[in-house]
Every structure is written in C-alpha cells, then in structure tokens.
Design a binder for this molecule. Structure first.
Ligand code: SF4
Length: 363
C-alpha cells in the first residue's frame, strides 16, 4: 500500500515497541480537526494523550509545556513545536514556555543576560512570527532563573530523586558540575508546576517532544507518582514527533550549519539551501523514469510534508507521481524551492514585525 506519510530515517515502530510509547494514529479518529503533523504521522507516538483529547473535547483546562534552551539559532525543524503550540492555543490550552537559561548556563556556559537576549531575538521572535499569539492571557513565557515557583518545586521534588537515577538517565559522572546535575529537576518542575494549587490545581498536561527526550518524560512521570499524595499530580502526557532530516541526509542540527535551514536565513538562501538538499532521485533520468523516485528518502519531499504543502491531496499527488517516475527531481525541487522562498519572505516580514513585541514579553 502507498503510504505518503512514511519516512525511512529512523525506525519509529521499534521505538514504540521497545519503550511502550503508543501509536498516535490510534487516537486520530477521536480528535476533531487534528493538526497536519498528527494527520501525516509526523507525530507518531504518545503517552496518555487520551487525557488531552478528552480535555479538548469537554473543554476542560489542560496545559502544554515545552521549553527552549537559548543556545543557538532556530532551524526549520524547530518550527514543528511552534506549529503544535499554535494549534493548542487555538484549542484553549494554557501554554507554558520555560526558557532554560539555568541549563544553558550550567551546561553550555552561556551567561544569564546573554541567554535572555538570545531568547528574545531568536526564539520568542520566531514563535510570534510563526503564529503564536503573544497577547493570549493563557500564554506564560518565563526565564527559569526568575521563576521562584518552579525553583521551589524543583527543590522539593529533588528530595525523592537520587544520584544513581540521574547518572543512569543523563550519563552524569563524578566530574559533572553540580549546577548541571540539578537542571533536570528544574525541567521536571517546569512540567509539573502548572498543576500547583496557585496555578489552578491538577490538570492534564502534555509535553510535545522528540523521542530522544523520552527518558526525561519517564522520570517526570515517575516523580509525579512519588508526589501524588502531596500534590495530587496527574501524570503528564507526551507526544513524540519524527526528526526532520538535515539537508545532507542525517539529523538537522543547529551546530552543523550545512545540515540546516535557519529561520533567520534570507529567503534566497533558504531557497538555495533547499535546491542543494539530498533527494530520493535515481542516478539517471532514465532510471528514475523506469523505477520512480524514493520520496521516503528525500529531504525535499520531507519539507513539503512537514512544512510547505498544506493540501494533503497535492502532497499525495506528488508522492504518487514521484513513485511512478512521472516527475523528475529538478522540476520537483524548483517547485518546492519556490514555496520555500515564499514562506521565508513572509516569515522575514513577520519576524521584523514581531521583534518589538518579543522584547516586551520578558519585561
Ligand atoms: Fe524527491 Fe521530488 Fe525527486 Fe521524488 S521527484 S525524489 S519527491 S525531489
């Protein structure tokens, strides 16, 4: 059967089997107007997401927590999280966005003022430009270093976590600095603090992450159980999304600029980068006409699937035409590059408009 949503990069089914993550598509039918990333299988797994589906359906309070570590530039893969936040905002969620300046200080040596500046110029600006409504009263963006509620909760929760656990989950060793050792507890508190009485009490909470973050989710869920009698926490839910492939084939990474299209790239550069991306095309045109291309192994197709094409019907058509060898990579790339250029032109304007607003958020 043709599966236009498939990707060959990581064996996500194995992740589901080995770690007890549940397949997301089982819930799809219960969600009214699921997000494009849900529909297309980019969000492939979950833990306890049924609670969130129920909260949305019954219009009950629920929260979404997703942090940002202010250490570098945002690339187009990071857009996936913002797209999901915009969807949750439309569905009435309380949104908490911790800026992990304590982590960037302890793990990367970035000073607090520097982290704040990166958060404003890069992250918050992009979040607003990509559609997050900064004036929503249910949106909470904060610096970890300035959030006393989170810090106090982290300290309390740390009472029931020991060194062996931290070592096995995060690979900490005897030479890890103590500040770094403590930052996972701050992140656990980031996730659980929306359920404190002063913030409205226990509520379903979802954390959208990549599968590499699952150990942290498991720890947070365990800790929420350990403190159930004290805080009445509802164990947090999570969703897992596929990684976006880098331009050269592996994982897209901000620390490897050749792999990434950055959200601050000028439109022409974004277009040029896409034109240089690895495709699933064959060695020769003749071979491609005979055997068809391999969209499952094509960065250009992935960009269309994740970001550039809103119409499922159009995307399916490209997939099928590629598989049948009816379309060649040059033509297909040119079309995707034009969509990319237009997207970045629009984003450039929106980023410029968002800059002042972004400055106000943390003041
Ligand atoms: Fe990718 Fe398009 Fe080439 Fe198919 S035709 S492999 S989708 S660039």
């Amino acid at each position: 059967m043709i599966d236009p949503w498939s990707s060959a990069i990581v064996n996500y089914e194995k992740l589901i089997e080995e770690f007890g993550i549940k397949p997301f598509h089982d819930l799809l039918g219960d969600i009214e107007n699921p997000h494009i990333l849900m529909r297309r299988g980019v969000i492939f797994g979950h833990r306890d997401y049924g609670r969130i589906v129920k909260a949305i359906r019954e219009k009950n309070n629920f929260a979404v927590v997703t942090g940002m570590m202010p250490s570098g530039k945002m690339h187009i893969g990071h857009k996936m999280i913002v797209d999901q936040l915009v969807w949750y905002q439309d569905h009435g969620a309380e949104i908490y966005i911790p800026i992990a300046d304590m982590e960037s200080y302890s793990a990367r040596g970035i000073s607090f003022p520097e982290a704040k500046q990166i958060a404003i110029d890069e992250y918050i600006t992009n979040y607003i430009a990509l559609g997050l409504d900064p004036d929503d009263k249910n949106l909470h963006i904060y610096l970890q270093s300035e959030n006393k509620i989170v810090q106090d909760l982290a300290y309390k929760l740390a009472k029931k976590v020991n060194m062996n656990e931290m070592k096995s989950i995060y690979g900490f060793s005897g030479s890890t600095n103590i500040a770094h050792l403590y930052t996972p507890m701050i992140q656990v508190a980031d996730i659980l603090h929306p359920q404190l009485e002063e913030l409205g009490g226990p509520k379903p909470t979802v954390v959208p992450v990549g599968p590499d973050q699952d150990p942290h989710i498991r720890l947070t869920r365990d800790i929420s159980e350990r403190f159930k009698s004290q805080f009445n926490f509802i164990s947090p839910s999570s969703t897992y999304h596929r990684f976006i492939t880098g331009l050269t084939g592996g994982k897209m990474s901000s620390s490897k600029p050749k792999t990434a299209i950055f959200l601050s790239d000028p439109p022409e550069l974004a277009e040029k980068k896409l034109k240089s991306a690895k495709t699933g095309g064959r060695e020769s045109l003749t071979e491609q006409k005979e055997k068809g291309g391999v969209p499952e192994d094509c960065v250009v197709y992935e960009m269309l699937l994740y970001h550039l094409l809103q119409s499922d019907a159009e995307l399916k058509e490209i997939y099928q035409q590629c598989k049948k060898g009816n379309v060649m990579c040059g033509e297909c790339k040119a079309r995707a590059a034009e969509l990319m250029r237009n997207f970045f032109k629009d984003l450039e304007t929106k980023r410029n408009n968002a800059k002042n607003k972004a400055k106000d958020i943390l003041n």
